[in-house]
Design a protein around this ligand. Sequence first.
Ligand SMILES: [Ca+2]
Ligand SMILES: [Ca+2]
Length: 325
Amino acid sequence: MRRSAIAITARAAALICVALFVVGAAGAQTPAGRVVFRGNRGESYEIYSMYANGTDLRNLTNLNWAYDEMPDVSPDGARVVFSSTRDSNAEIYVMNADGSDQRRLTENPAIDWRPKWSPDGSQILFFRGGGGRGELWILDVNAMGERRLTESGAAGDWSPDGAFVVLPDPDQVTSDLMTIGADGANRASLGIKGFDSRVESPAWSPDGSQIAFEAYKAGQWDVFTVGSDGGSLENVTEDLTEAGAPAWTPDGARIVLSAYVADTQNLFTMAPDGSDVRRLTDHPGHDSYPSWFGSSDLTRSVSAGGKSPFTWAWLKGVGARAGMR
Ligand SMILES: [Ca+2]
Ligand SMILES: [Ca+2]
């Protein structure tokens, strides 16, 4: 009796998955936007997920003894990769978008953090090092093999076609960004000039035309955009304080980032030219490292589509546990 009930449940989940896939394919509607980020609303840093309108806030990690940080949503929205100190030093972990099935991907005495999914979801770029110095590594998600991409550098990001990685140029005394082929060949500097310290946290736009990054200039941190050819440098956070950790919405229509209001760090979003600034979180803790999945339309009704990436990922999780593929 018990066994048949489980079988029926698994079968029902399978049917719902198929139904959602069919409806999703027919409607081809981008799911309502969801933001995954790091915050400290309890005793330690956790990974949170919410709709872009601020509703349905969920704590995905909920581990008070560990710093859980730097999430990046997979291109299909089903998984989140992040860094955590739960096993002593920082390692890279992956979980389903609802927080289930958390698994460690690295095991190394160095600090492993700032993971970024490759556009096809097969590889993860991450920083490995300590004391602000280190290397960029690439992890093959399926084979679980690691390879070193650079012998120095800081956190970087993939080009939208996955062929290149952008990172702060470790060879420049003056601050600059560089690109390198994902195979380690074809290093090139962008030739950015005029910053007082290293540029950090580059994020490549989905259409490949721009790179957003954080940099220190004129006494404060701001987020800038630059053409991927090194031209058209713009400060997009002139009206914000201590801005950083930029990411793009999947359609490239908006940038999402963190900035300070009084002593609190909150999430903001804006058009790529810095206009139409909207505040996404309002909490006395520190919200940063946003990663966005789904629509950039902030006015879209969450319930209208009814097929949130959260629900979709949860159903996929049920399917996996029931032995489906
Ligand atoms: Ca935690
Ligand atoms: Ca480590």
